[in-house]
Design a protein around this ligand. Sequence first.
Ligand code: SF4
Length: 73
Amino acid sequence: MLCVLKMPSKKLPKIDTELCIGCGHCIMACPLGVLKLENKKSVVIAPEKCDSEGRCIAACPMHAIAHLEDKEY
Ligand code: SF4
């Protein structure tokens, strides 16, 4: 029997760093600690915790998190 192991894939926030103003609303909206500010920009620091519910998207006043993208982690 052939057994193929694949890395898990899920939808994660894609942050447009040109639009991000570092307000932190997405970080406050996420109860799972997926995002963090680094150099005044939001970045994904804990992809394994993301439940792909899009709370960060709804919270962003700049529409800097336009969608979730498939990512392997
Ligand atoms: S809510 Fe939007 S603009 Fe504010 S830190 Fe998050 S991604 Fe950047």
